[in-house]
Design a protein around this ligand. Structure first.
Ligand code: ATP
Ligand code: MG
Length: 361
């Protein structure tokens, strides 16, 4: 039976990139119900690896992320939410796994490399050790729950690959305790990495180019109407480019044929809209208004659920607290097995004392 684990850093509210890249996939999995457990982690310890100077930001966003989870329709009866720093087996597992990975291997991780640049660690103070180490701590997060499925966006693939390496190394060095995880990418390839509203490669909390799930209608409208399109498409009759045109990328991620009947019935599908745009004669404003209608339809129920839970914050807090208790039980069980396999579980291991008695008598 499947065990699913995934998580997000509490560095800001969640946005539509998270939604199409991972959250929507989690809700689908939840509704299919084909799993033993689904764990969703708020990765506060990981967020601190590159926000050590800003602990308030991390603290402030824990509840925001919880509210985002509940508002997209994740159900606390079916999902275990927990906070990373509340599960002490995780840093303990990390410490043991660190011995199985070399420093060059960690620094070669392509996601670490690109994030080192993004965060400016390469041109000022240097890379915090905790940050360089985060692929290993992520392996601990996954393996502590023996998760076999990890729903993620594309930027996380090198992390999952590294987690698999650690599992193989551990299992062959000690014994077959850990489970190799597999990533679950969105069905729709356009959702692997949603670009920002400014056309940058990735919508990211840290880049300020996001449409947040909690944005109200007015904010959404402003963001969509000022989105990056094709800089050479100036007059309506100019032929336009689809490639790299963020409005079309978002349509690829969100638009279904039925949206045309509802909001733009002079076209039957996205291909027709695209070819008209490429030929010329279709203005950006019209396409943006169509996208706005689709996003509004998708986000409105999410906003409503958010309001519901905002009025029940104590309940939400208790979901996280109870989930963290359950996560501790699971992770401690794995830690126990890991230490047993490593031969360092001295006080739960009857053989240890027997061996010592035999040796000294
Ligand atoms: P930060 O900038 O602090 O790293 P982030 O916006 O990258 O924040 P994370 O918490 O690092 O968000 O990522 C959570 C999950 O969402 C990961 O599985 C990641 O792959 C996915 N994800 C994040 N941004 C996008 C995006 N723009 N498109 C698709 N998936 C995304
Ligand atoms: Mg990230």
């Amino acid at each position: 039976m499947n065990i699913i684990l995934t998580g997000d850093r509490p560095t800001g509210k969640l946005h539509i990139g998270h939604y199409v890249g991972s959250l929507r996939e989690r809700v689908n999995l939840q509704n299919k119900g084909d799993y033993q457990d689904m764990f969703i982690m708020i990765a506060d310890s990981q967020a601190l690896t590159d926000n050590s100077g800003n602990p308030q930001k991390v603290r402030d966003n824990v509840m925001e992320v919880m509210l985002d989870y509940l508002s997209v329709g994740l159900d606390p009866q079916k999902v275990t939410f927990f906070i990373q720093s509340g599960v002490s087996a995780l840093p303990e597992l990390t410490a043991y796994y660190m011995n199985l990975v070399t420093l060059p291997r960690v620094l070669r991780n392509p996601t670490v490399k690109s994030e080192v640049k993004l965060r400016g660690f390469d041109n000022d103070k240097g890379i915090p050790v905790g940050f360089a180490n985060y692929p290993i701590s992520q392996a601990a997060d996954i393996t502590a729950f023996k998760a076999n499925i990890v729903p993620v966006g594309e930027d996380q693939l090198p992390m999952i690959e590294q987690a698999r390496e650690i599992v193989r190394s551990f299992n062959s060095t000690y014994s077959e305790v850990l489970v190799e995880p597999k990533e679950l990418l969105p069905e729709n390839k356009n959702c692997y990495r949603l670009p920002g509203t400014d056309g940058q490669a990735k919508m990211s909390k840290s880049l300020g180019n996001c449409i947040y799930l909690s944005d109200d209608s007015e904010t959404l409208k402003k963001k969509v109407m000022s989105m990056y399109t094709d800089k050479d498409h100036i007059k309506i009759e100019d032929p336009g480019k689809i490639e790299g045109n963020t409005v079309f990328t978002y349509l690829d991620a969100f638009c279904k044929d039925e949206h045309f009947q509802k909001y733009l019935n002079e076209y039957n599908n996205l291909d027709e809209l695209k070819s008209h745009y490429q030929k010329g004669g279709l203005g950006d404003v019209k396409v943006k208004k169509f996208l706005l209608a689709i996003l509004e339809e998708e986000l409105e129920p999410i906003r409503q659920r958010r309001k519901y839970y905002e009025a029940r914050i104590e309940e939400v807090y208790n979901y996280l607290k109870n989930g963290t208790n359950k996560a501790n039980e699971y992770a401690n069980k794995t830690l126990n097995e890991v230490k047993m396999a490593m031969g360092i579980n001295y006080f739960n291991d009857d053989n240890f004392i027997k061996e010592q008695i035999n040796k000294y008598n």
